[in-house]
Design a protein around this ligand. Sequence first.
Ligand code: FNR
Length: 369
Amino acid sequence: AAVPALYQPLTVRGVTLKNRIALSPMCMYSSQDGFATDFHLVHVGQYAVRGVGLVVMEAAGVAPEGRITPHCLGLWKDAHVAKLRQIVAFAHAHKAAAGIQLAHAGRKASTTAPWLIKVHGANADAAHGGWPGGVCGPSPLPFSDASWAPHELDAAAIRRIQREFADAARRADAAGFDVLELHGAHGYLLHQFLSPISNARTDEYGGSFDNRIRFVVETVRAVRAVWPPEKPLFVRLSMTDWVAAPAPGAPAGGWTEEEAIELARVLSREGVDLVDCSSSGSSPLQSIPLAPGYQVPFAAALKAQVPGLLAGAVGLITSAAQANAVLAEQRADLVFMGRALLRDPNLALDAAAQLGAFAQYPHQYERGR
Ligand code: FNR
């Protein structure tokens, strides 16, 4: 019998994923000073043991002030590497490929881990480990009236952050990660430069499309220069801001699908292998048409319009049949699953059973099959 699309391997550069199921990067808010912990080992490890092809670790701050919360993962110093190396080695021992997402939160930094919001509010002040004075962005425009006011990055700070991305990429390689993903979505720093909602600059980093994408393109170039040529580079993009009308105080409406696809074309030429198609995060005025697979059309459009670039689909893909159909209909090359895997860590193995595909059951668990 033919191998179902979800269980067909995917080779990108020198890395082969055994199936098309990726654990979507998800903040675990379980770090101190950016260090991964035993929680991460067990969390990531459970998916490696249970058949997920690619486990992608959560947004890791390339600088302390680039973390979303004081409890976010980081990769800004060499000391962070050792624990990550252990996690990667464990994943590899179970035939899972391992990835990590590099991020800078920009104006959305210094916030509170979800379960602490009720305790001390949505913003983390200095008393709660935050860094309000260090919050930065392309322009001094806060995300909302309730958010920290960012200071505007100057040219030297822009270059420093690009170096921080490259240094973090080098550390990710040292930890043994197979795949690197840059977080260019959800209203974090890379996306803040892309979107006219958060970028009102008048220098070469703002205004025209070519100027707004400059920070992302230069960052990708800096990372690709140090990330080994045999290892895949992914970028997660918000394919739209879902904001039709100009936001109050913003110079124009949101980042659009047309622009995102044009950027993807540029990124493909810069050595990006896959664009992971997400959306939203620039403005509280966003209006998201949530529905099963609601972001899949972005991946499908990307595949149709940018030949040679792989497309990742993510967002409310919750079942084996749904994920397999997305791939079988050639609407994406890889399916990222988030909350469905949080609910059911055995999803990948159950999917194989449901689709009639072979998947190596962990021999320790064979009697549970
Ligand atoms: C997320 N998401 C997310 N996305 C990202 O690019 N980097 C991240 O670190 C996080 N963190 C995160 C934490 C938690 C707890 C959740 C639930 C989500 C978004 C996630 O990767 C995914 O894109 C969305 O959850 C939509 O996919 P699902 O969950 O519908 O499969």
